[in-house]
Ligand binder design. Sequence first.
Ligand code: ADP
Length: 507
Amino acid sequence: MGNLSNFSPLEGQTSLKILFAASEAQPLIKTGGLADVAGSLPPALRRLNHDVRLILPAYPEAVEKAIPLKTLATLHLPDHHEPVRLLSGTLSGHLPLYLVDAPSLFERVGNPYTGPDGNDWPDNAQRFALFCRAIASVALNQAGLDWQPDLVHCNDWQTGLVPALIHSEGNRPATLFTIHNMAYQGIFDHAIFRKLQLPPELWSLDGLEFHGNFSFLKGGLAFADRLTTVSPTYAQEICTPEYGYGLEGLLLRRQDRLSGVLNGIDCQFWDPATDPYIPQHFDGDTFHLKRFNKLRLQRELGLPQDENAFLFGHIGRLVEQKGIDMILDILPALASIEDVQVVLLGSGAEHFEDALHDMGERHPEKIVVHLGYNEPLAHRIEAGADCFLMPSRFEPCGLNQLYSLRYGTVPIVRRTGGLADTVVDVNPHTLLDGSATGFVFDEPNTSALWNAVERAVKFRRRPPAWWQKLAMTGMRQDFCWESSARHYLDLYREAILNPIPGQTASA
Ligand code: ADP
């Protein structure tokens, strides 16, 4: 490829230039796991000596946190009436950061994807098409930065048009597209396709067209040199009709280029030994101190303070995917167990928020519901709870079970996606070989979840050393980024050396 004049495929140590494109990144702006990944994988790649730069829309919240910024270039992009500024700064003082500043599209307070009414911004297609065009312009070294990446790492539908826009360019970098969640696809109608002035040849079944509409996600799936998703099990699941949302055929055809790379976690930000949000630090050698976090959490949330209470936690978006309806179903029975307490933190669908709120009102001594988004409280729940509920119907990777393991909070999960890949069920065999880390159930229904909860309650009644061993085995698991970052580097090299047939650019 044109930009790879210094790249030698045999030299595994060659430093790569990577443009990492995402619609959110911690700590600038976050709605979910994508932000955790975009905020921690690029720094992990940088620690391995690669030139990684992050590109994001210039939401006001991100701009405020990234200051100081300087204007690097002004772009004139199709289908957009105003000049678009490319701002440069750093993420947390270290990682080079580009922000795409199109005020009429991104200068809005609140959620990156939805307005104050909770509905999608009506111009999301324009917003993220423009973002994709800005990324493409940097990718092709047309933004005046005098820097061209060897590879663009795109994430989720908001960046899905990038591989489609550049695939036929002579001097393009390689592309890798990561699916963080197949449920979000960026589907819009033909009139919008025309309005966006996208290349007409992309309107085809081999291109972006999807059942009479067009799909941003399909742009990534059809045109990227490599595809990844965020766990090995989810990589298999999305090739089936149950999880593929009609795109399983395309994914099956591209399966030789599809891999599952487990998300890592930011082990500095999520470290019970140093976490500034939690009142009592602890680690594998001082597990007995964890109970002070429980007592402080109970006090903070107005629950009776009892270090022997069996405290269940849940944190997440309140949507069906996460099985919050199943949690709601079991809450009355859970609350009826004598020593049990439950803490729930989340925001999302109004009917779930209302139902949870009612549940908290009905059982004030047992159940606390905190609606909203609260990062410090999320850390304190991970630190203070004994058990974490995660009965997801599907879960591409899931991060909270990983944070739970690291904080000695035993996860109860459904065997799907990344949950299946990261939690080892308690059974006689895994107890004997010392690999058990949590309680895993199979069917996505209330009775299967309840069964797993009952197993946890029974296990908890055994001598305390049993529970402690289970929790401490979880704490010893290594889900920090380094090994996953190395896996990505191998895939980046494969993408660079082996671009999709017929798309090879001139050298
Ligand atoms: P998803 O990306 O599907 O929402 P993940 O488990 O991959 O799920 O990541 C969710 C991330 O968002 C985790 O870091 C979790 O702690 C965080 N999170 C979700 N809801 C809340 C909330 N209400 N308050 C604080 N953090 C939250």
